[in-house]
Design a protein around this ligand. Sequence first.
Ligand SMILES: [Zn+2]
Length: 485
Amino acid sequence: MPHPSRSSRALARLALGLAIGPCLSGCGAGDEDERLNVLMVVIDTARADKFGSYGHSGGLTPRMDELAAQGATFERAVAHAPWTLPSTASLLSSLHPQEHGAGGFLDLEKLERGDSSGIGFRPLPDSVQTVTESFRASGWRTGAIVNVDFLDEGFGLTQGIDDLDARWYESNQEVRSATQTTDKALDWLDDHADEPFFLLTHYFDAHAVYSPPEEYRQRFAAPQDQTDSNFVFGTRAHMLMLRAGKLALDPDLIRRAELLYEAELAYVDAEVGRLLDGVAERGLSDDTLVVLTADHGEEFLDHGGFEHGHSLYDELISVPLIFRLPGLVRPGVRPAGTAALVDVAPTLCELAGVPTPEAFVGRSLTSALRGEQLAERPVLAHGNFWGQPLASWESAGFKLILSPGGDGQELVELFDMQQDPGEERNLAGERPELLKKLRDEYEAVREHLARRAESGEVQLSDELRDRLQALGYLGGAPVGEEDEE
Ligand SMILES: [Zn+2]
């Protein structure tokens, strides 16, 4: 193996991390041989509550639960959009969808009328700096194995990737399997394990269409679907019918679909496990920071809907977030509170000693990875694949969701995320003062975002900067947190 002395460095990191905190002098920078590798695993469409490490009892994710036990698992992590393109762009750029600009929508009614303004997708602009660009600029070899068009070059998310291996098909019915994806990742590691690397590995299997391999179908599907491999669900034809109101959401049918989805997730879990085994077999575990997350979840009638892209409830934006790194990440730690996907890139930069771009708006989670308390911060989410954009603002344990109605009537919802994590009881009517507080906070942020969109860059008045900083929206310490670090 290329780095026989590496495991002793994990112990050295442990001592350093416990004594002085993470990488204050850049524990990853310097000698090439000392640098940390990063393996970022993104499971498309993996909702957090299907993981054993997030409370599911179905035994779907034993290998990823093992990873969670070896590392840190954020009790709640939130994506900033309910679909792939804007959410993954936020993960890689540490910017919110309104800031990085990648996203778009599909308006079926307009398209049916032949109105071409019914479709509009925007790539991630070149001017946005991604975490992979930062690592590459600091001398890391960067690779990505991705399986959907939104993550391919055309949408700008592969900025900073030296070796891109993208495979996608016009129809979601054909997918590069998790097995092939893991094989590709291991091949890439064989070629690059002797240099510091950052590898993004994306699994698409759990995304509709749900069509698990036979072994997983037999273990997890509904009885009538265990042998009948003709039952697949979630084709694009299904989705278009659904969104056009032409497919009834029969609960029994959706439950069968959900079990197929679970079978797919279990299959991906086994392949993620094989990838991690491959990392260990190559002697890389001690020097490879593993971060595992998802771009968004999936709805199975939780709020009367199905699939994703259409709401900002937690079944669509609550995702798993797990870090493992011997020495700097305390095994089994479970930070309470809410982390956000914009926080991932700054965390990777700090742990690896790569300069954090000034534009990043997320915060580093490194102190929480050592077991310290995670300070509360508001979380902003935005977007809707299927029409008018939605926005949510979560602050001090409450989530505000603003949905423009088709009739010009805005739907306003307010949920107590501690008492009512299923977001079933809308408090907007009974808590007017709280509602006003969150709306005012959100409006301040929206104003900032609108200016940014106009000018193409952040130009804040001192007053607005102070306000946003106080809300914890901008990088830097929010009010009441100044004493930390
Ligand atoms: Zn996705």
